[in-house]
Design a protein around this ligand. Structure first.
Ligand code: ADP
Ligand code: MG
Length: 725
């Protein structure tokens, strides 16, 4: 392999790389798990009984935390953390950008006599005041009132983050303004869990469950990612600036062989996986890696599902850990949705179910008619929710980066539909036909009488082209982006489910208020109504096909292709009403999220456009001009001694160069435009002007990559980045 000297050095460095040994003995996973977590068992061992019971009441039953126990918890937490080598503590919060933020403080406080004592009072545990005024908040805080507070989320355990220079006690918190408005993703997630619980309890009561406990949604997120060597990463200003390659011709060998990582995993990738798992285990994140993703250099890690709030925090921790451990092994973990054009992108499949510890998973089909009826009620709630609020679900996964993935024939389409599978679809078809008759016709299913046919739980038999698929005992939302927080999608899912469960409960409660009403007949009726009104969202066919686009339109399902098409859904009247009604987001809070998302979109595209322009002008154009000059000199000297010179190569290069220069001029012009006065106009400009201008530059540059002499080409190629690990 040849290449420009910088590129060659990178390749040499990569191929001679040897991974460091993992530090510490490889203990049994059972011993490691939760090693750095202030877990229930640690609390039980260290807290006075009454305090422990009070904290458990908050964690398990959602009771408000008694502030008088905070001092005792804080003191135990501090002692534990210091024993674990912590010198600092941090309130960890989740701002609207989807990232994780930390405010670090020292345990040490001056004692007034020139010495310092380790202090950590209950009030410090419960509330912090980060100087976080620079986080985008969509206008919820003026700068004069820039204070925001972090408050301990008791339901997500504190943990120790290790660092060679001293450990930090991390406390997961909500982040709210001084007026009590949510400035983060955790607050509405907790509120949506509460709303879901309240509505689901009504259904449980209708089904005669007298002993229940808090209903929650569970989430398990499969995380896809790419690994590339850091030498390549640092030689790619586009990856550094935007997380994706803005240039790069397709490699001669792409993913068409599907073979790359079914074979041996490169040694250091395996070393990385083992260590990442170890680190996650210590943090109490039950993660398991896999290595069979479609694209070269692509992998997957999936933690076992947990309560949505905890799963969301752990998911954030997982992304941070993957990045950190990859760097230790000289690699960069790319969590962008589409780092390489023409190569499969990375998603995050959010699996979810609803349930509690007493009645189990409500999305698990039962083995008797009564349980089946309850299962069908919750399934129907999902169908109604996804049909009614498909636009909201689409907006919950909308971002500049995910736009490159959704609908690109490798990821679910931008149309939100549900895959139920053959049998379950048939069950609902029968319900639609059957009506609430007591006489059983052929082909109909009577609630309370029939058991369900065995539904497939085999994941192999599942439609991978559907954005929202029933997979035996849960649904899998496949549209979220690889780098995205799962909190946003889970907030939407919880809230739209609360709405549909509320609808069903209200209708059943009314029906049962009539003397002599039959419960099963009432259930049958509401299921029939839902499947008749909302069945259009069920689609078991190929979501990638052209026909589906047409059929979906005929069914009235929205097809929101880009972020700017999708985000306005967050501001529709029905969505505003939904979030306000269930106390998840006020109109102002919702508006702030819309504003921040729109701003983030424009910002991302702008950063990419500027990087494209700079790389085109200062990296690609000079290389191509050098090559053109070489060819021209060569031609001139050959012709001067009388050789007939074929100018076709020079002509091709010159044509591409003209296209590149034109592209640069157009992009430059598009970037020079004065900021539009409103955020949507700015986003539309980014989508309709900047993105096409960037693409024109890229097309010319990628053609040049296939023409210019390899030893002059400055950027690591797709082949190098994807296949040398
Ligand atoms: P796949 O075939 O999609 O890779 P897996 O068996 O690996 O399926 O599961 C994917 C994810 O689904 C995991 O994170 C797993 O914990 C999660 N999951 C399994 N059961 C449930 C459930 N009842 N509720 C929520 N998530 C679940
Ligand atoms: Mg999956």
């Amino acid at each position: 392999m040849s290449g420009s000297s910088a590129r060659q050095n990178a390749v040499n460095a990569v191929t001679s790389y040897r991974p460091p040994a993992s530090d510490g003995p490889l203990e049994a996973p059972g011993k490691l798990f939760g090693y750095n977590v202030f877990s229930k068992s640690v609390m039980q061992a260290r807290l006075p009984k009454a305090v422990y019971r009070a904290v458990m009441g908050t964690i398990e039953l959602g009771e408000p935390l008694d502030p008088t126990v905070a001092d005792a918890v804080a003191s135990a937490m501090k002692d534990w953390a210091i024993e674990k080598g912590a010198s600092h503590y941090a309130h960890v919060f989740y701002p609207l950008t989807g990232l994780t933020a930390e405010k670090h403080d020292s345990f040490l406080e001056p004692d007034g006599s020139g010495a310092a004592i380790a202090e950590f009072a209950g009030k410090t545990l419960i509330q912090g005041e980060p100087d976080a005024s620079s986080f985008p908040n969509g206008g919820l805080r003026g700068t004069f009132e820039a204070r925001g507070y972090t408050g301990w989320d008791v339901t997500s355990p504190a943990y120790i983050l290790e660092n060679p220079n001293g450990n930090t006690l991390c406390i997961p918190t909500v982040f709210i303004s001084w007026t009590g408005e949510a400035l983060d993703l955790k607050t509405p997630l907790l509120r949506s869990q509460q709303a879901l619980n309240i509505e689901a309890q009504r259904i449980l009561a209708l089904f005669g469950h007298t002993h229940t406990d808090t209903v929650v949604s569970y989430a398990g997120a499969e995380q896809e990612y790419f690994l590339i060597d850091q030498h390549f990463f640092f030689s790619r200003p586009d990856l550094l600036a935007s997380g994706r390659t803005l240039f790069g011709a397709r490699p001669p060998k792409g993913q068409e062989f599907d073979d790359h990582y079914f074979g041996a995993i490169p040694e250091r990738v395996l070393a990385f996986m083992i260590e990442a798992e170890r680190e996650l285990f210590k943090l109490g994140v039950p993660a398991k890696t896999r290595h069979n993703e479609v694209a070269p250099g692509q992998f997957e890690i999936a933690p076992v599902f947990e309560k949505a709030n905890l799963a969301a925090d752990h998911q954030q921790l997982l992304m941070v850990t993957l990045r950190k451990v990859a760097q230790k092994y000289g690699m960069e973990c790319l969590l962008h949705e589409k780092p390489f054009a023409g190569i499969n992108g990375s998603g995050k499949h959010v699996n979810f179910s609803i349930g509690n510890s007493m009645q189990g998973n409500f999305l698990n089909p039962g083995d008797n008619p009564h349980d089946n009826a309850q299962f069908l009620v919750f399934c129907a709630a999902v169908i109604r929710a996804v049909h009614k609020f498909g636009g909201l679900l689409r907006s919950a996964v909308a971002s500049a980066s995910n736009d490159h993935r959704l609908g690109a024939n490798e990821a679910p389409p931008a149309i939100i539909s549900i895959f139920l599978g053959e049998q379950l679809t048939d069950v609902f078809d029968q319900i639609a036909k059957g009506g609430a008759t007591s006489s059983k016709e052929k082909g109909t299913l009577i609630i309370g009488v029939d058991t369900l046919p065995a539904l497939p739980t085999d994941p192999g038999d599942r439609n991978r082209t559907s954005p929202f698929a029933f997979t035996g005992n849960r649904f899998e939302f496949r549209a979220p982006g690889s780098g995205q927080s799962i909190a946003g999608p889970m907030i939407a899912i919880n809230t739209i489910l609360a709405d549909s469960i509320d609808f069903i409960a209200t209708s059943l409660e009314a029906a049962m208020a009539v003397p002599g009403a039959d419960f099963n007949v009432s259930v049958q009726k509401v299921l029939e109504e839902i499947i008749t009104t909302h069945g259009a969202v069920v689609f078991n066919g190929n979501g990638y096909s052209e026909e589906w686009q047409t059929e979906a339109a005929a069914r009235g399902l929205p097809n929101l292709r880009t972020t700017i098409d999708a985000l306005p859904e967050m501001q529709s009247e029905s969505v505003k009403e939904l979030f306000a009604k269930y106390g998840v987001l006020s109109n102002r809070e919702l508006r702030s999220r819309y504003d921040v998302n729109l701003e983030q979109y424009s910002l991302s595209v702008h950063v990419e456009a500027k990087a494209t322009l700079e790389i085109a002008k200062t990296v690609i154009l000079p290389a191509a001009l050098r090559y053109q000059g070489e060819l021209a000199n060569n031609a001139a000297s050959l012709m001067s001694i009388g050789y007939a010179y074929d100018t076709s190569v020079l002509d091709t290069v010159s044509t591409c160069l003209t296209a590149l220069k034109e592209g640069i001029a157009t992009l430059s012009h598009a970037l020079a435009h004065d900021g539009a006065e409103d955020a949507m106009a700015e986003a539309v400009h980014a989508c309709n002007e900047l993105l096409p201008a960037m693409l024109a530059v890229r097309t010319a540059a990628d053609t040049l990559e296939t023409e210019v002499a390899d030893d002059l080409w400055p950027l690591p190629t797709y082949q190098e980045m994807l296949f040398i690990l």
